[in-house]
Design a protein around this ligand. Structure first.
Ligand code: ATP
Length: 206
């Protein structure tokens, strides 16, 4: 079978930048963060269960999940977070498998699962052949996210605190992609990563 790669990293580390480059090289990408957004978009497969559990006030005018309102609730109440996850996690998993199967049927050389919370939700670990961690100093993460999402520093720091620590994440990595330089440097690193992953399959075959 083709290699299955996990790709993770903290907020703003550059997961999307890396997966976009890998996609250009022909990799099959399943982005679980994107899936989480898709299932909670208008008419998404999680919407009716969310409405039933939390009420219409947690949907916005278009019928999508009201993300900022829900974020406030789940930050304040652990039971709410658990209830939301009980709805979304199985649907994310189902959709992940569906997208992965479609990509495999297309004949891609390997699959990359982009998972922001790979380590927090440990159940993925048994499934993948290698874990790639995108890494950069926290100060760079903070600056990038403040710029991209127009968030105050304190908010970004709070999100960072809630995620797995940099040290724990790096301790689990099979391969580390350093993303503290330019996008051109990142491109070179990602090309090497692509070759390395193709080699995994050659090694499996021989
Ligand atoms: P999140 O977890 O928040 O989705 P992410 O890990 O997917 O983040 P990206 O979205 O790839 O991170 O990168 C965060 C921001 O930083 C983006 O605006 C991206 O364009 C920018 N960025 C990423 N890597 C670099 C780099 N090497 N040089 C300059 N800008 C970068």
């Amino acid at each position: 079978r083709i290699p299955l790669i996990g790709l993770t990293g903290g907020i703003g580390s550059g997961k999307t930048a890396v997966s976009d480059l890998l996609a250009k090289l022909g990799a099959g990408i399943v982005d679980t963060d994107l899936i989480a957004h898709q299932i909670t978009a208008p008419n998404g497969i999680a919407i009716s269960a969310i409405q039933k559990q939390f009420g219409t006030e947690y949907l916005d005018i278009n019928g999508a999940l009201d993300r900022s309102k829900m974020r406030a609730l789940v930050f304040a109440k652990v039971e709410a977070r658990k209830a939301l996850e009980a709805i979304t996690h199985p649907l994310i998993r189902q959709e992940t498998i569906k997208q992965a199967e479609l990509l495999v049927a297309k004949g891609i050389p390997y699959l990359v699962f982009v998972v922001p919370l790979l380590i927090e939700s440990g159940s993925w670990e048994g499934l993948i052949d290698r874990l790639v961690v995108v890494d950069c100093p926290e100060e760079i993460q903070i600056t990038r996210v403040m710029q991209r999402s127009n968030l105050p520093r304190a908010e970004v720091e709070r999100i960072l605190q809630a995620q797995t620590s940099r040290r724990d994440r790096l301790a689990r990595a099979d391969i580390v992609i350093e993303n503290q330089g330019s996008l051109a440097t990142l491109n070179v690193e990602v090309n090497q990563l692509h070759q390395k992953i193709l080699q995994i399959q050659k090694d499996q075959l021989s």
